[in-house]
Write a protein that binds this ligand. Structure first.
Ligand SMILES: C[S@@+](CC[C@H](N)C(=O)[O-])C[C@H]1O[C@@H](n2cnc3c(N)ncnc32)[C@H](O)[C@@H]1O
Length: 526
């Protein structure tokens, strides 16, 4: 056996962060002294001309491996939110006036006295109470502009409460120079900058530029946090390390934010090699290229030219492709996808061309029609899929979105409960989930929430279909067992993914674990 082939002998110590092997932990700690210990992480921050600061893997990472965990530096309401409790973010819509608690200091409404008296509200209340006369929030069903200043205020107040964290916060990218020309800048100027400086008396401590920078840091870097329950708002959290991750329209990481502790866990979603950049996605992965690039241009102020955006087929998913109006098999794609307003769209076999403006007009009409359906109308969603089958590619993002809704409706909607579905409807649910997965496997690969949820939706109709087929005597016991083993593999993968999700939304994971246990016992008994 050569030296290279010598296996790692037990008692050797493999450092969790850097993955290097040492004789013992002491040797690891002594390596390059404390410098190595502080940098013993599976990622490092590097600077790149194109991306700015970004994260790079310092060793090979397996799917599901935790890269880092991080607590939010600040959390707060999202711009344009409806009135909510400033402590726990419960929506105050539908809460009776008698049940609200108005803070005696600043007059903002809270869901209960305990929230208003929490230490988190103390410092901001001193500032906001100077504006008490202007804070009169009575209609809880509509967004109120006095919520716009809250999250930026929490950011700038770190200057006195946590100066080190403030340094990190104010060192994040804000793109003030580009944002200065935008309509949002003018809204912030009135509702945040002037409100905090003139009405709340912060003019001596923070310049206009400082407060605009805080707004920009949040717009460019903050993550949305989904709170459980329909009465909760979507809020923002700022995570300084996670905000260093660059964007790519097909990410290689996946993050989960615990909705009670506001802690983020970032994992590898696919295998990542040492030296590879870590990417998250700032846009919706199942939107088409033009929509994703437009969101990134306006909210994150850069032009995405990633591999997916530059490829007219979007990595062979054809998410933005149209059917050719001239030939029966043709698929129309943009010739230059990064020039969305100027590019011609061309059919691959017949070369027929359409102007970008014509395509935009057609899509605007279809988007409007789709939005008017609403996400819960099975018949209208099915009708939309069949009516436009001659205009859009089967994987088009509008169809994919319709399938996403249908995958949840068949089996759960009260008119389509699983046990009441006919054999054709079970087959329909299966084919919808499979088609959705064929797109998601490419655009949101690995251990991602949408894959977990879709695999979970796929297992139940497959199981029921196999059971009914066997009970009707249409397949042998051996064939039945084979089908159940295939269902078990799907459910097992779904469970593995769903168990990584936020503890407050693990209803799906709990059901999946129970169902997996049942199937495994069942297989053993057949
Ligand atoms: C959340 S920050 C990421 C950290 C930032 N690079 C830094 O140095 O602080 C987002 C900004 O990073 C840059 N960026 C991220 N992904 C990019 C990409 N795919 N192409 C170009 N710029 C990107 C853009 O300037 C974007 O507004």
């Amino acid at each position: 056996m050569s030296l290279e082939e010598t296996p790692i002998i037990c008692n050797l110590f493999r450092a969790k962060g850097c993955g290097e092997v040492f004789h013992n932990e002491m040797e690891h700690q002594n390596k390059e002294g404390s410098i190595h210990m502080t940098s013993c992480k599976p990622y490092k921050i590097v600077f790149n001309e194109k991306f700015g600061r970004c994260l790079v893997a310092t060793r090979n990472l397996k799917p599901g491996e935790i890269i880092f965990g991080e607590k939010a530096a600040i959390v707060g309401p999202k711009q344009g939110c409806r009135p909510c409790c400033l402590k726990c973010f419960t929506s105050l819509d539908n809460v009776e006036e008698a049940s609200l608690f108005r803070c005696p200091g600043c007059n903002y409404p809270f869901c209960q006295e305990q929230c208003a008296k929490s230490p988190e509200h103390e410092t901001e209340c001193v500032v906001l109470s100077r504006a008490r006369a202007c804070i009169s929030i009575n209609d809880m069903s509509k967004p109120h502009p006095v919520y716009q200043c809250i999250t930026p205020l929490r950011g700038i107040l770190l200057k006195t409460t946590q100066p080190k964290l403030f340094e990190e916060f104010s060192g994040l990218v804000h793109h003030n120079d580009q944002r200065r020309q935008t309509p949002m800048w003018r809204i912030y100027q009135v509702n945040v900058v002037q409100f905090l400086r003139k009405v709340c008396g912060l003019a001596n401590e923070f310049s206009e530029e400082d407060i605009h920078a805080a707004c920009g840091v949040l717009d460019v870097n903050a993550f949305e946090i989904r709170l459980p329950g329909s009465k909760r708002q979507q809020i923002l959290g700022l995570f300084p390390t996670a905000s260093m991750m660059s964007h790519r329209c097909i990410a290689n990481t996946h993050h989960v934010i615990d909705s009670s502790t506001y802690e983020m866990t970032v994992r590898a979603s696919v295998p990542i090699k040492k030296g590879e950049q870590l990417f998250t996605t700032y846009a919706l992965p199942l939107d088409g290229t033009n929509d994703r690039r437009s969101v990134l241009r306006h909210s994150k102020l850069f032009e995405c030219d990633c591999m997916r955006c530059s490829d007219p087929t979007e990595c062979m998913t054809f998410l933005s492709a149209l059917r050719c109006p001239r030939c029966p098999i043709g698929i129309m794609l943009p010739i230059q996808p990064l020039e969305e307003n100027e590019t011609q769209w061309q059919c691959s076999p017949c070369s027929y061309q359409l102007e970008a403006a014509v395509v935009t007009q057609l899509l605007d009409q279809l988007k409007e029609e789709f939005e008017n359906i609403g996400p819960k109308d099975v018949e209208k969603l099915e009708e939309f899929l069949s009516r436009h089958a001659s205009s859009l590619h089967p994987n088009h993002f509008l169809f994919t979105s319709a399938r996403q809704s249908l995958s949840q409706l068949y089996g759960h909607d009260e008119r389509y409960l699983l046990n009441t579905l006919t054999m054709e409807q079970l087959e329909r649910k299966i084919s919808i989930c499979q088609q959705l997965l064929s797109v998601v496997d490419v655009l949101e690969p690995g251990l991602t929430r949408i894959r977990g949820v879709t695999l979970y939706e796929l297992y139940a109709p497959m199981l029921l279909l196999a059971k009914r087929t066997y009970e009707a005597g249409h397949c042998s016991l051996a064939e039945f067992k084979e089908r159940i083993v295939a269902v078990e593999a799907i459910l097992s993968e779904a469970t593995q993914i769903l168990l990584l999700e936020d503890a407050a939304s693990t209803e799906g994971a709990v059901c999946a674990v129970k169902a997996l246990d049942q199937i495994q016992r069942w297989i053993a008994s057949i």
